[in-house]
Design a binder for this molecule. Structure first.
Ligand SMILES: *[C@@H]1O[C@H](CO)[C@@H](O)[C@H](O)[C@H]1NC(C)=O
Ligand SMILES: *[C@@H]1O[C@H](CO)[C@@H](O)[C@H](O)[C@H]1NC(C)=O
Ligand SMILES: *[C@@H]1O[C@H](CO)[C@@H](O)[C@H](O)[C@H]1NC(C)=O
Ligand SMILES: *[C@@H]1O[C@H](CO)[C@@H](O)[C@H](O)[C@H]1NC(C)=O
Ligand SMILES: *[C@@H]1O[C@H](CO)[C@@H](O)[C@H](O)[C@H]1NC(C)=O
Length: 609
């Protein structure tokens, strides 16, 4: 067959281009819709949106999908938007998942094409002045809807919103009774004086349950009533009224001065009281920070899918921050954003890779983090001078703090069941990192300060996937106590060397001895060697944490766990189990024990008549 140049032209030139044109067209229409929005809604802060710059990488507040074919999030909290949003602007972003326009001054009606965007999952509009009716059409994907602190009025239609997890219409002007479909949102309608129904609102009296067709004729209208009063008082302005007005005026001026004074104090205070921005700049050479801010305007926080948070980089930098610790990879802060959100910000130092590689690694870290025993990565920021990672805040702190924290006071010791649960959770977290990362992925920095705990004391492994980003990670003394012997020679971290570190962690949980000294001195306890020497002398009971001595009933389990730990810290990598095998061993300990317990309970039941 003869080579046909026309077909070749079609296949190699036209086809790919057509796809490309399609993609560009999608993004272009999104861009157009956003520009129409920016033109239609006045804003106090200037947005850097313009036709000439790429929407996905340089526009403030915009996030695209990874393929950069669609805008999936618009986050413009507190940028001073005012006026009314026109329809056919934001509503045209057909792949939008997250919209946050909270804490602005938007008024009028919300166009109905916004809550009904089919892909929309999260809608944050709290703290505006919207005066729409309750929206009728909601996207079937919506999970979070926040309209609190607006002026939404009218009655609530009985619509079913099965996918909605969080709904908030508090502090609006809704009226009537709460329909049955909304009874499952108990504290979502507080601060609506005209609304009645389920707790904590007042119960509905007869007259409100069946709204009368024309309330204006049934009830005296408050508006006209007050106008009448106003009119009569204007006609007969007495000396008393004049004095009242003067006194009132003076009081008002005084109040205004007081408010200004207090807000000045407050501003001064928050300045010195550790905004993340100032904390960061303190560590920098002072002149570096200015360029960092400009960078921040150009680049922005990259959010992964999901929308538990609605803030932007500026919010993050303004948040009040507290140093949680200085780790091998940089300093970690707890940042408290307005409206009560807390996140952990990790500021990486000595990142050895370029932007592209960094982004790819972040994708892996995000994938690995979608497991209940790994701390999820929520967002990151990359610029030449600054690399920030944003994680969930884990309220119960680290395993290190729980094991070695203040032991003298009346703290509750970590009981055996909790230790078992943490051991198993940590093992599952590491195993997930080993499998999800494509089989070759390692953690490289397993230690008790990298095991964080949720409110329910569920273990979550943190710092996953950061080792490959770093300069010479193995030279730091901070991981020495957990480091497998072969790593010292080969300088290579493997899954089996992670298993070794996990073994040391188990020994630490059993003995409450820290392989590393808290102050970060080089003074290292070789925990495996110490445990082996004690066990060899048949003093097995001596190795255990004194706080565990109260749990005599679990002695068998403790000895079994000690054996598992010792196989994990075998000197040769081949002798160590894989993480999956370690999980199975730990599960077996629990299962055999619970069988024993139930059988002994059964026995005692038989014995006592
Ligand atoms: C991105 O593109 C790849 C291939 O081009 C495709 O397989 C994938 O589904 C796309 N992802 C999204 C989120 O569009
Ligand atoms: C919205 O606010 C603007 C000024 O901020 C005002 O001109 C306009 O009348 C308001 N619209 C409504 C519907 O309240
Ligand atoms: C909200 O709008 C109403 C008029 O529609 C206005 O009286 C009120 O001052 C506005 N509130 C704020 C906080 O701007
Ligand atoms: C609240 O809604 C009622 C009617 O439902 C209206 O009469 C009243 O003026 C509204 N209040 C405010 C502050 O908008
Ligand atoms: C809604 O917001 C109000 C005010 O911020 C808060 O008190 C209330 O708990 C919230 N309700 C829900 C269900 O989140």
């Amino acid at each position: 067959m003869k080579f046909n140049p026309f077909i070749a032209f079609f296949v190699f030139v036209l086809l790919p281009q057509q796809k490309f044109v399609q993609v560009v067209a999608d993004l272009d229409s999104d861009k157009q819709a956003l520009l129409e929005f920016a033109n239609g809604v006045p804003h106090v802060k200037k947005l850097n949106w313009n036709l000439a710059t790429p929407v996905c990488t340089s526009w403030v507040g915009i996030t695209c999908n990874t393929n950069r074919t669609d805008v999936i999030a618009v986050r413009l909290p507190g940028v001073g938007l005012y006026g009314t949003i026109p329809s056919n602007t934001i509503g045209k972003l057909k792949a939008l998942k997250v919209l946050s326009l909270r804490s602005n001054n938007i008024n009028g009606s919300l166009p109905s094409d916004i809550p009904s965007i089919p892909s929309l999952q999260c809608l944050f509009l709290q703290h505006n002045n919207l005066s729409s009716k309750f929206p009728v059409t909601f996207s079937p994907m919506l999970r979070i809807v926040d309209f609190s602190y607006n002026s939404i009025s009218g009655t609530i239609p009985n619509v079913d919103l099965p996918s909605v997890k969080v709904l908030n219409f508090s502090y609006n002007n809704l009226s009537g009774s709460i329909p049955s479909s909304f009874k499952r949102f108990p504290s979502s309608f507080i601060g609506n004086p005209l609304l009645c129904g389920s707790e904590p609102l007042k119960p509905c009296s007869e007259s409100v349950v069946s709204p009368s067709p024309s309330p204006l004729t049934d009830f005296p209208s408050p508006k006209t009533g007050s106008q009448n009063q106003h009119a009569t008082s204007k006609n007969k302005l007495g000396v008393g009224s004049i004095i009242a007005i003067v006194v009132g005026g003076l009081a008002f001026v005084f109040l205004l001065l007081a408010v200004i004074f207090v807000s000045c104090l407050k501003r001064k205070h928050s300045g010195s009281n550790g905004m993340l921005k100032s904390k960061i700049s303190q560590n920098d050479k002072p002149n570096d920070f200015g360029s960092g801010v400009q960078e921040a305007e150009k680049n922005k926080l990259f959010f992964f899918e999901g929308c538990s948070y609605n803030f932007d980089l500026e919010d993050l930098l303004k948040a009040s921050a507290e140093v949680l610790g200085k780790g091998s990879y940089g300093t970690t802060y707890k940042a408290a954003l307005e409206e009560g959100t807390q996140v952990v910000v990790k500021r990486l130092k000595e990142v050895a890779v370029g932007k592209k590689e960094f982004e790819q690694q972040m994708e892996v870290v995000n994938r690995v983090g979608r497991h209940p025993n790994v701390v999820p990565l929520r967002a990151y920021y990359y610029s030449k001078d600054e690399k920030l990672l944003v994680y969930n805040y884990m309220p119960a702190g680290s395993l290190f703090a729980l094991l070695h924290g203040n032991r003298t006071s009346d703290r509750t010791p970590l009981d055996w069941d909790t230790r078992m649960k943490i051991a198993l959770g940590t093992a599952r977290g590491i195993a997930n990192i080993h499998t999800e990362g494509g089989g070759k992925f390692t953690h490289g920095n397993i230690k008790s300060s990298n095991v964080l705990l949720s409110d329910e004391l569920e273990a979550c492994v943190s710092d996953a996937g950061l080792t490959p980003l770093m300069n010479a990670p193995l030279t730091t003394s901070r991981i020495v106590g957990y480091r497998a012997p072969e790593v010292i020679e080969t300088r290579k971290i493997t899954q089996k060397s992670d298993v070794y570190s996990f073994g040391v962690l188990l020994l630490e949980m059993l003995t409450a001895k820290a392989p590393l000294q808290p102050s970060g001195q080089d003074d290292v306890v070789d925990l495996p060697r110490w445990v082996r020497s004690v066990v060899r002398e048949e003093w097995t009971a001596e190795v255990f944490d004194v706080e565990l001595l109260r749990f005599q009933t679990f002695q068998e389990e403790m000895v079994q766990m000690l054996q598992i730990a010792l196989t994990c810290v075998a000197k040769t990598p081949d002798m160590r189990p894989t993480m999956d095998e370690a999980i199975r061993m730990i599960e077996d300990v629990r299962q055999s024990e619970s069988k024993n317990r139930t059988s002994s309970e059964a026995e005692s039941n038989i014995q006592t008549p």
